[in-house]
Ligand binder design. Structure first.
Ligand code: NAD
Length: 399
């Protein structure tokens, strides 16, 4: 089979196995070149197959030398259909770990379920040292409550008032974009509560409580979850919207985890990360336009980072660094310091006001956004022959 990108809006329904594997090798190489990090030796990453969770697993494994267990919800290949990108990412991660003599196990299933927690804990008990780092990096659209079976769907909506703005609509295959208006009605109370149930801290706490109760966490474990704050432009749709409410719940959970486990030397953290193109972030309305303006400005300033660069800095400078933490009044680690730098934000806001169809690619990094988007699915690399026939979609990474 020849695998080509099949794209609708910000959804790509195919993924290239060799492109995904090349992406993982590249991120491993970047991490190795930065040298070793004294940090964790046994890590569990919930949401390990893409974006920030994948980068965390790579830095834990190939920066810290940790054995890793990962959990994600991905689709294996079928006879005539490639797997999801995350499935290939996990397969490549496991292969490269094996080559490096690192133990790694990747679980495919619903992180919210009792079953997957059971399987992961059994594996940790059988084959791993107590976990000293648990990264919680889920970005799910729905949650089936493990106790009640109730189904919650998260929504990305403003609160209180409707919100209207422009966003960037891409024709990824042509590499072009155009400005299109979006209008979002405010969320109902029920929708807000559902978003908190999906994206808040309840499941993070369940992972920690269950792992602690079953003795698979070291006494002085660290656990970290990720959040985004953004600026006034994204405020109505992010921080001031349903997602912001869910992230406040995550902050609250972090405080509670510290109260509960701090006395044994454990530490719970929330890190505010920068904007990057991932499957989850491209699903947020307005974000593609803000991100592509931001990337142009940050690239010009020399401060732009991709997922792996950003997470390497998180581990080396803040999580395990000795230089002192950059924390805000909510005790969150601020990794968005370059994104939020005053000169960067002033320039982004000015461009946001000035942008139109004619100057779109001059003021915004449409090309970079398209490249990053295709890369998530293993496409757009120079070192992969995308016309080559792939005989076995499951094992081609190993061949
Ligand atoms: P992503 O889409 O790249 O990855 C999400 C991961 O969650 C994948 O591994 C996916 O398989 C997994 N997942 C989703 N539902 C699951 C389920 N039910 N069970 C098991 N696994 C499941 O997302 P991302 O952008 O890396 O986001 C990760 C975290 O980082 C989120 O909390 C997000 O809010 C935060 N964050 C993202 C950005 C950004 O710009 N992308 C910025 C700051 C913070």
């Amino acid at each position: 089979m020849i695998v080509k990108p099949r794209i609708r809006g910000f959804i790509c329904t195919t993924a290239h196995p060799l492109g995904c594997a090349a992406n993982i090798r590249e991120q491993v190489d970047v991490t190795r070149k930065l040298g070793g990090v004294e940090g964790c030796s046994s890590a569990l990453v919930v949401g390990c197959s893409g974006g920030y969770g994948l980068a965390s697993r790579i830095v834990a494994g190939f920066g810290c030398g940790a054995n890793t267990v990962g959990v994600s919800f991905e689709k294996p290949p079928e006879a005539d259909k490639p797997a999801s990108a995350g499935w290939y990412n996990n397969a490549a991660f496991d292969l490269i770990s094996e080559e490096a003599g690192l133990r790694s196990t990747s679980f495919d299933g619903d992180a919210f379920s009792h079953e997957i927690k059971r399987q992961v804990i059994d594996e940790l008990k059988a084959n791993y040292e107590p976990v000293d780092l648990l990264v919680y990096s889920l970005a799910p659209p729905i949650r089936i409550h493990p106790d009640t079976g109730e189904r919650f769907r998260s929504v990305i909506k403003p609160l209180g008032e409707a919100y209207e703005a422009n966003t960037l609509t891409l024709d990824v295959l042509k590499g072009t974009g155009r400005l299109t208006p979006v209008s979002l009605e405010p969320a109902s109370e029920e929708e807000t509560a559902a978003t908190i149930a999906v994206m808040g801290g309840d499941d993070w706490r369940r992972w920690i409580d269950q792992c602690a109760a079953e003795g698979v966490l070291s006494d002085d474990f660290k656990t970290i979850a990720f959040t985004y704050l953004g600026n006034d432009l994204t405020y109505p749709i992010y921080r001031g919207g349903t997602l912001g409410q869910a992230k406040e719940h995550l902050d609250q959970t972090c405080r509670e985890l510290n109260e509960q486990y701090g006395s044994r030397g454990a530490e719970a953290l929330v890190a505010v990360l920068k904007a990057v193109v991932t499957q989850a972030s491209t699903a947020i309305p307005v974000v593609p336009l803000y991100f592509s303006i931001l990337f142009k400005v940050m690239k010009a300033a020399g401060t732009h980072e991709d997922c792996i660069g950003h997470i390497n800095r998180l581990f080396r400078e803040q999580l395990y660094g000795t230089a002192g933490r950059r924390i805000d009044d909510e005790n969150r680690i601020r990794m968005d310091n370059f994104e939020m730098a005053e000169a960067t934000q002033d320039e982004v806001i000015q461009r946001w006001r000035d942008i139109n169809e004619e100057n779109l690619s001059e003021l915004a990094d449409v090309e970079g956004f398209v490249t990053d988007f295709l890369k998530i699915f293993g496409f757009g690399r120079d070192d992969v022959d995308y016309d080559a026939e792939l005989s076995d979609l499951a094992s081609v990474i190993r061949s």
